[in-house]
Write a protein that binds this ligand. Sequence first.
Ligand code: IPM
Ligand code: MG
Length: 363
Amino acid sequence: MPSFKILVTPGDGIGPEVMEEALKTLGRVQRMFGHEFEYDEETIGGAGIDKYGVALRPETVAKAKASRAVLFGAVGGPKWDDPKAIVRPEDAILGMRKQLGLFANLRPVRVHPLMLSDSTLKPEVLEGTDMVVIRELTGGLYFGQPKKRWESASGRQGVDTLRYSEKEIVRIMHVAFQLARQRRKKVTSVDKANVLRTGQLWREIAVEVGKEYPDVALEHLLVDAAAMQLLRRPASFDVMVTENMFGDILTDEAAMLAGSMGMMPSASLGKRRKDGTGIGLYEPIHGSAPDIAGQGKANPLAMILSAAMMLRLSLGLEAEAAAIEEAVDAAIRDGYRTPDIAGTGAHVVNTTKMGDLVAERLG
Ligand code: IPM
Ligand code: MG
């Protein structure tokens, strides 16, 4: 029986609650398909700060590197929110991304046909929306140096640096074009080429890499226009590729197309093996939602769908991944909703019940 090592980091807030449901789903997959998932759990984020004084220990990174994948819950909360603090819960996710070399963040946005009327946007605008945002994850403003604050004679100052190298842009473009080839063959590259030097470089390289994929259509959008078009013609997008900061902002916006952040999984990937698999980190794009933590209100579907992405992209278990996605669809089709996605006439269920419903539908 093949055994897969998985590092589990539930984190803070609703992280542990939604993680439990993802593990429940995976437990069912193990029994159905005869796999062995070997879990190791690590305390990270705010909980890590409380326990160890840091959000991410080197030991945790070493364990991650020795695993096939990391299942990541969420980090952060008011307790650790002092903006001047030297250690922050977010160090956990940023450190994992950087130290594992996870440069490509895939955030799929699919509007479920039965949830068209649950979004704040009009159903006729949303209909047919099925896109993936690829966010560059280890460069740009998040990591560029210098990055600091200081006092000067004229007052306090701060700097963050937006820098991209050709190599960083080339590799993320290949991820975008290759994914588009398996989909509707369209890439929308988002930049700020009218103002930023990095934006010009981004666009230039998008065009160059695009020449290697003549079968894929390439469109460019300035980031402000992209923010608008996401609300105006979301169904027209297939693969959208953009730099780290823009991707952070646009994916929160895109999540709302699907009705709730509670529906959006994500995969963060680095270098791939020949068979297409490789280490990855899988997390829901919602945060730790401390306001609803511990109340059974959290939607576990984004975490469960992240586990499905893990099976597909790091473990090479396509049928198992598809089975989870179908089980989630079935639970929605049967009318069950957590409070965040509850339209009129839905059976509103709590976190645990939603997890049970998905597990039951797996067979
Ligand atoms: C995300 C989050 C993170 C980010 C935070 C928690 C550091 O917002 O994954 O989108 O900014 O990347
Ligand atoms: Mg974000």
